[in-house]
Design a protein around this ligand. Structure first.
Ligand code: SF4
Length: 342
């Protein structure tokens, strides 16, 4: 058995670590400080712990950071990093610099169970949940870590299918003993798992993005097979029932597929089902994946879709496509790497 990783533990877990290692209770806070507030990478650098305390800690624990295993850079500045997880698997993390923002897009699982037909990660199948250590390592070991202004959980996997580790990572990011980030700079994205949404809204103050992709259940089920048990009316009912505070933003992600979900019928229905929810719709151009018959509409159709929604009182924006020359569609890069390793 290897040593346990301290990085990614909550303060409560560090209190238990201190107790098990025979250290005084207050050393948990000191360890958290070294893990999340200072830029060190080993237990031996925790200089306000005695040499003996560091030795005791090192008997069963290691710091737990891991550098990226590879990267590619787009001509638009977007970077994709590969991290090794679950021994010989790979996950992807995207770094997206914009005018006044720098966003990291984190993965929460290796592969995914949800099987969305437009997604390369879905085609990989499910290979495992990431621990809070593996989720946060993507943030902390990112070479551009110091530049970051925003975090999105929109990489590989369905975050609400790994909710306990995702919530743990959010606690560390937003606690004053952790990174002390404002929840308003963090967005968690889901394809719409109703139980997970409820628990997430109860336990976190971070923003929520829900994948819509069609306002009609029958069409959604074809795009996102798992929606068979997550009727849209139920998902929207949970969101409506929550007394959403002014700080929390709810957004709906909508990938446009030519001839499939980009018609006037869809615009009319969207305006109806989202009526009364304080939200915005992010329209996303589809990135083609190998072997898929799906296509993106042209830009003029996307602009028309946006303007029509805005005219009906639904705030809609078009998300800029980034990193198209470096396999930007989520899951492509790690699939290539995994195939290379076989
Ligand atoms: S879109 Fe998200 S939920 Fe769907 S298969 Fe891909 S990673 Fe999973």
């Amino acid at each position: 058995m290897g040593r346990e990783k301290l990085f990614g533990m909550t303060l409560n877990e560090l209190v238990a670590v201190a107790r098990r290692s025979g250290l005084p209770g207050y050393s948990a806070k000191q360890i958290a400080d070294w893990l999340y507030r200072k830029e060190i990478r080993s237990i031996s650098e925790m200089s306000n712990l005695s040499v003996k305390a560091r030795e005791l800690l090192s008997e069963h624990y290691e710091f737990g950071l891991a550098e990226p295993a590879g990267s590619s850079v787009s001509s638009d500045g977007t970077k994709k990093y590969l991290y090794r997880v679950l021994e010989s698997k790979f996950i992807e993390t995207a770094y997206i610099p914009e005018d006044h923002r720098a966003t990291v897009c984190l993965s929460s699982q290796c592969g995914c169970k949800m099987g969305c037909i437009f997604c390369m990660t879905g085609k990989q199948g499910f290979q495992g949940n990431l621990s809070s250590n593996e989720i946060l390592n993507q943030f902390r070991s990112l070479p551009e870590f110091r530049n970051l202004t925003n975090i999105v959980y929109m990489g590989m996997g369905e975050p609400l299918d790994n909710l306990s580790e995702v919530l743990k990572s959010l606690e560390i990011l937003t606690s004053d003993w952790g990174y002390g980030w404002s929840p308003s700079r963090i967005t968690v994205s889901t394809i719409g798992l109703k139980e997970g949404i409820k628990e997430f809204l109860e336990k976190s103050r971070c923003h929520l993005a829900v994948s819509l992709h069609s306002p009609f259940d029958e069409e959604r089920k074809k795009l996102i097979p798992v929606q068979k048990t997550n009727e849209l009316s139920e998902v929207l009912g949970i969101i409506r029932a929550f007394d959403l505070n002014r700080q929390r933003r709810i957004s709906f992600e909508y990938i446009l597929f030519k001839g499939m979900n980009d018609t006037p019928r869809h615009i009319k229905e969207m305006a109806g089902i989202l009526n009364g929810i304080r939200c915005r719709v992010n329209l996303i151009r589809y990135h083609n994946i190998p072997g898929s018959p799906l296509e993106s509409p042209d830009m003029s159709s996307i602009v028309h879709f946006r303007d029509s929604l805005n005219a009906k009182g639904i705030t809609a924006t078009i998300r800029t496509s980034r990193g198209e020359d470096i396999q930007a569609a989520c899951g492509l890069l790690s699939t290539l790497e995994q195939n290379r390793m076989i």
